[in-house]
Design a protein around this ligand. Structure first.
Ligand SMILES: [Zn+2]
Length: 464
């Protein structure tokens, strides 16, 4: 945020409006610099920094809690009355800031390819080459900590400071790096990432790059004792890791398919029944590990949500589904740690029947139904986006949230917008004021959807 913007914003907010001192919005991440010269001094600067990195907490000085609550309720009503889903259906634009918008034309659907380009990072150049590691073998590689699991196939945008970029270049020649996640169980896992696009190298500028995750690994025990993984992407240490294999058990009845009937399997349940008579377990047990059956179930589930971006390769599909379907963190951990695609698919299939809700991670308030998620990006319903401070938000996109669940800031901005053509507004929990995400509002009256929500995965939890 530039200082002029901050001043204008403070002036524009009257006594009846909430002061947002440490909003961790997409663009409020450099507010600490402004705060250093502001009236609140170092305490405010610290809060701003925390807001960027860890927290999403708003606070308001000299005003009591009930006043804040009433104000937020009012903000919510005003925001939703002009930028609601009703508007999306009727084609009206959010217009509370006096924005006249552009003349309306025929409805135009948003190009879901655009967010995958991460155009807010600026002009990028391709980086050639790829490092491939032999599964099952151990390697010394340079790794950096990351706050959440990144599955193979996923794209990760990063912004590194000058010093981080210098360190990374020295250690890894700037092409590949491993990301290590918070430990689960007694093990610590990570994924190798390849830089495939970067900005023009200039030692006086920050480093902006797009990484693609490739191979899972487990950190060897000796390395875990010698290193503490605390920090952000760009803090690099060298550790020994074991590259994990991607295995498939094959069709559970496959070893017993013989003769002319084989060509009807695994499509024919009648033939499957025939072979099952000679096996130990009934057919439904084998079906749980039948990848084709599970993928069909996932596809059916996704069709109800109008999501059509599921990869057809079973291994990629298992990782994509782990990221995009309603799974609890514990399930995602288990899926990442297992080498067998059938086991991953079984965990996923078990979870598809239940109605899940997103709750505020701070106060447990119900925020949104999982059934309202949709894919605003080709990468799926959840994708990683980077703010100007380098913080990476895993963001899930939804058409709707529960009534009165969020308070949405009136002020909107298109700066550094992750979805070209949309302005963002900071959205917080109406109960505890924890930052949960953003409402995105179309700048053009004919761009569909007219508005939607992006919730930061780190600030919400999925529950039944
Ligand atoms: Zn809350």
């Amino acid at each position: 945020m530039d200082p002029e913007d901050t001043e204008a914003r403070e002036e524009s907010e009257g006594d009846d409006e909430i002061e947002m001192l440490d909003a961790s919005g997409i663009y409020d991440v450099v507010a600490a610099e402004d705060a250093g010269s502001g009236s609140s001094g170092s305490q405010e600067a610290e809060n701003n920094t925390n807001g960027m990195r860890f927290g999403m907490r708003y606070y308001n000085t000299d005003r009591n809690v009930s006043w804040i609550f009433r104000t937020l309720q009012r903000f919510y009503r005003e925001s939703t009355s002009s930028g609601s889903d009703e508007d999306a259906r009727s084609g009206r634009a959010s217009n509370e800031d006096g924005d006249e918008g552009t003349p309306s034309g025929p409805p135009q659907n948003f190009d879901t390819e655009l967010p995958t380009n991460h155009s807010y990072l600026g002009k990028m150049e391709s980086v050639s080459g790829i490092d491939y590691y032999e599964p099952g073998k151990k390697y010394q590689i340079h790794v950096s900590p990351h706050h959440s699991i990144i599955f193979p196939g996923q794209t990760l945008p990063v912004i590194l400071s000058q010093s981080q970029a210098f360190h990374l270049n020295n250690q890894t020649e700037g092409r590949s790096i491993g990301l290590v996640f918070p430990p689960f169980g007694s093990e610590q896992y990570g994924v190798t990432c390849q830089m495939y696009e970067t900005n023009v190298r200039n030692p006086r500028l920050d480093l902006r790059a797009k990484l693609r995750a490739h191979q899972r690994f487990r950190v060897c025990k000796e390395s875990k004792r010698n290193n503490v993984f605390v920090g952000e992407v760009g803090d690099v240490v060298e550790v020994e890791v074991e590259i994990l294999p991607e295995l498939s058990l094959g069709c559970p009845l496959g070893n017993h398919f013989r003769g002319s009937l084989e060509k009807f399997l695994p499509r024919s349940s009648r033939v499957k029944m025939l072979y099952c008579h000679a096996r130990t377990w009934p057919l439904f047990v084998y079906d749980q590990y039948d990848i084709g059956r599970v993928m069909a179930k996932i596809k059916h589930f996704l069709a109800a949500h109008k999501i059509e971006t599921m990869p057809m390769d079973p291994i990629l599909c298992s990782f994509w589904s782990a990221k995009n379907l309603p799974l609890e963190q514990e399930d995602r951990d288990r899926i990442f740690a297992t080498n067998y695609v059938e086991v991953r698919m079984r965990i996923i299939a078990e979870k598809l029947n239940d109605p899940y809700y997103y709750h505020c991670a701070e106060c447990n308030h119900k925020v949104a139904k999982f059934s309202d998620v949709f894919a605003m990006s080709k990468d799926g319903v959840q994708a990683s986006y980077c703010n100007p401070g380098g913080y990476i938000h895993d963001t899930v996109t939804l058409y709707h949230v529960e009534e009165d669940a969020l308070a949405v800031e009136r002020r909107k901005s298109t700066e550094f917008s992750w979805f070209p053509g949309y302005a963002w507004k900071i959205s917080i929990c109406s109960q505890c004021r924890w930052h949960l995400g953003w409402q995105f509002v179309a700048e053009k009256k004919n761009l569909m959807p007219q508005s939607f929500y992006g919730l930061s995965q780190r600030n919400i939890v999925l529950k039944l």
